[in-house]
Design a protein. Structure first.
Length: 264
């Protein structure tokens, strides 16, 4: 009989029992979209949606850790958010992040989560950068799921930074004549070089776009879009998404060979 991880509620446990743990994705990334619409539908200010979104993060992170996903990456704050949102909303989000990194530390330790960050964090407020460094150091000895927050992140910027890094490395290693560019080299210079290959990308709120998120990494990732707004997304929704993932045939551009006597 399959062992159900402790901490799952009844519905989560029931759905988990229908899944194959050996076929779980190794790296799940989520575009957490819909906080503003969630608040608007309830005639609440946008910040209420962001607060509720933090609660959804807690639920999803705990479930992901309990079922032993190796890596979870959350699109928390895009580079476009940083330049295009009202200053008051950005200030609120930075305070919310600062508070989150402190308040959620017991949850991360309880679930053996190691915290990482990707994005141009040097552009964030100094006190936020310091809290990020503190939280990363505090969880560095944990050995379970790697939870990565994408902050001031943009995939195009990441690719630009990767190529700058490659050029810099070549210049310090005999000059640009030694510059070698192939997929393996690019991967080593991406922000996500510490993570397993992305194999499952989830987007909430029903929007059918990647929004400049992990464009390089998502080349062969399965994509799952739900109309559920992020503040309403839960651990059960994550398991439902994984159930859909396990129904997919991952061919990587090739063909699945038919069984003897079968046909494609």
């Amino acid at each position: 009989m399959r062992t159900i991880p402790s901490g799952l509620d009844r519905k989560e446990a029931e759905l988990y029992s229908q899944l194959d743990p050996n076929q779980f994705p190794k790296h799940v990334a989520i575009i957490m979209d819909g906080n503003g619409r969630w608040a608007k539908r309830r005639h609440l200010p946008r910040i209420a949606g962001h607060r509720k979104g933090v609660e959804a993060v807690r639920l999803v992170v705990e479930t992901a850790a309990r079922i032993h996903l190796p890596a979870l990456t959350l699109y928390a704050f895009s580079a476009e958010n940083f330049t295009r949102r009202p200053a008051t909303e950005i200030q609120f989000l930075m305070k919310l992040l600062h508070r989150y990194l402190k308040n959620e530390l017991p949850l991360m330790h309880r679930n053996n989560i190691r915290l990482q960050f990707i994005g141009r964090s040097q552009m964030l407020p100094q006190e936020v950068q310091e809290r990020m460094a503190w939280a990363k150091e505090q969880t560095a000895r944990n050995t379970g799921m790697i939870m990565t927050l994408a902050l001031n992140y943009g995939s195009r910027s990441e690719i630009v930074d990767a190529f700058k890094s490659m050029v810099h490395a070549a210049a310090n290693n005999g000059g640009l004549d030694h510059l070698k560019i192939d997929e393996e080299t690019v991967n080593r210079h991406m922000y996500t070089s510490h993570l397993p290959e992305l194999d499952f990308l989830i987007r909430t709120s029903g929007e059918m776009r990647l929004s400049n998120f992990l464009l390089w990494q998502a080349a062969y990732a399965e994509i799952y879009v739900t109309k559920t707004l992020w503040p309403d997304f839960s651990g059960l929704h994550l398991l439902e998404a994984i159930q859909e993932f396990q129904k997919r045939e991952r061919r990587y551009g090739g063909l699945n060979e038919p069984a003897p006597g079968g046909s494609n």
